[in-house]
Design a protein around this ligand. Structure first.
Ligand code: HEC
Length: 170
């Protein structure tokens, strides 16, 4: 009888413990869901973002992203050089930092192995376009007509835009 009497007393406290454990479990599940939403796992698609995730191992990702910032700096330096009529400088920056000559410095072959083929193609088109701009910038020095060089620069930027519209590095 003593056990029967102590049992009803124990039941509510056990229920309370179950309830507490359940609350913690639900909270933990909710938290991990919130974290998963804030930080999607590598390679996962994100709602509202159509870009394809391309996973690069570290430190390759950090190196590639830093290289991107140098691409933007190079475009700024090219625009500035063009505005001052410094066509040789504009040509040199384009060829060495964005053009075919830049590929070795960027370790491009190493990174390319991790990129989908269409993404590699955009990269190749960007490097070729930059080398074409380098030639047009030299030409602008001779002809004093900026338009072909500006058109070639726009073709370079068009490849930056094309790649950014399609891919991201998670
Ligand atoms: C072949 C693809 C490709 C090309 C070409 C390309 N980018 Fe990027 N770039 C990327 C990807 C992918 C990211 C990462 C975007 C993300 O994860 O949101 C990026 C990021 C960047 C960033 C952000 C860097 C940071 O610190 O987060 C800059 C700036 C940038 N690119 C500039 C450029 C410029 C300028 C050009 C053209 C001269 C260019 N990129 C060409 C793929 C490319």
């Amino acid at each position: 009888m003593a056990t029967r009497r102590s049992l009803p007393a124990a039941t509510p406290s056990r229920r309370a413990r179950y309830a507490a454990a359940l609350t913690i479990a639900v909270a933990a599940a909710g938290l991990s869901l919130a974290m998963a939403r804030a930080q999607p796992p590598d390679g996962a698609r994100v709602a509202g973002d159509d870009r394809q995730p391309v996973v690069l191992p570290e430190p390759m990702r950090t190196h590639t992203i830093a290289n991107m910032r140098d691409h933007l700096l190079a475009l700024q330096q090219i625009s500035e050089a063009l505005s001052k009529g410094e066509f040789d400088a504009a040509s040199r920056v384009a060829e060495t930092r964005l053009g075919m000559t830049s590929l070795q410095a960027h370790g491009a072959a190493h990174v390319a192995a991790f990129l989908p083929a269409p993404m590699q193609d955009i990269g190749t088109r960007m490097h070729r376009a930059a080398s074409r701009f380098a030639v047009e910038a030299q030409g602008a020095g001779a002809s004093n007509d900026l338009r072909p060089a500006l058109g070639a620069l726009s073709a370079v930027i068009g490849q930056c835009v094309a790649c950014h519209a399609a891919y991201r590095y998670p």
